[in-house]
Design a protein around this ligand. Sequence first.
Ligand SMILES: [Mg+2]
Length: 369
Amino acid sequence: MIKAAEPEPGYMKIKSFDINCVLSPLAIPHKTASGTIEAAPLVLLDIETDTGITGSTYVFVYTPMGLQPVASLLADLGNLLAGHEVAPRAVATLVQGKFRLAGNQGFAGMAAAAIDMALWDCLARAAELPLCRLLGASPAATRAYDSMGQMPPQETARQVEASMKAGYRAFKIKAGHPDPAQDKAVLEAMINAAGGEDLWLAADFNQAFMPVISIERARRLEHFELAWLEEPARAEDNAGHAQVRAGTSIPIQTGENWWGIADMQRSLDAGASDHAMPDVMKIGGVTVWLDSAALAHGQAMPVSSHLFTEISAHLMCATPTAHMLEVLDVAGAVLADPVKISGDGTIAPADQPGCGIEWDRQAIAKYSV
Ligand SMILES: [Mg+2]
């Protein structure tokens, strides 16, 4: 048991929170088997410290109805944490304690993760290091894939052509169309669009089916040699994931809906997945991402990122079993320097102090809600 330490004189402390809510437009509306997103509801957090260093991050709250609750929780937590040391793990323990009875998932989990990520940004800026270096890693480029929404075959093919021009050779589609033939038609259109170039392909069922139906649908796609099939059952249904995993030759991917390390451990214990895909927000920020990377390392499980491309590009460098970086740009509209794919299909973390977030203040004003 560790006794909470008294704040150390002279060590960087939290001064105040600045919170902004935006609807950040996506370049292409993102349609999945569970709904369409045209603009990403984001809560932006800047944590000002007593040294003048400010740490920045955003969280993606999925529905505009989440903006006000998360902003309100952050405002209260800002008052609670004023004067505390910029010590993400200690702050995480304190915040978790506050929500122990109400539950640490959902909007409370999003607020806690925002604080954690912004505090790590403060630490990296104070050390004048990119986050990956602060974590002891070298900046390395991770292979990235274009995470595409559900679109008709011709539209998908056009996006593949455009993305290939930018450098992508890896793509994930939202499968699970009501008509099973459509999933096949989309994959065939992508392969044709590539004109003989070898593509890395994955598919996401977004929890749309019961496990038995998922197995039937997966078997129809096996000949496409997909790298993974994502969330073929309800996210919390570990047994269902394991059932699908036993019923198809396609490797199973899950993890974007793990809220904290215990959810991940339960999934691993159930043999639910071949891959791990923690979401830096839902898993609990940078602090718990590092825990999740260690768990995956222990069983040689490939780790890919989910959303949050800017900070994930840093975290993948510090993840021993790093696999693929997801690119679904929800925040590009409010960032001064959105991440870009390089010609070889990889993305490297931003080479500047911090987690890779610099705001476009004019855009924030424009998309503010
Ligand atoms: Mg997914």
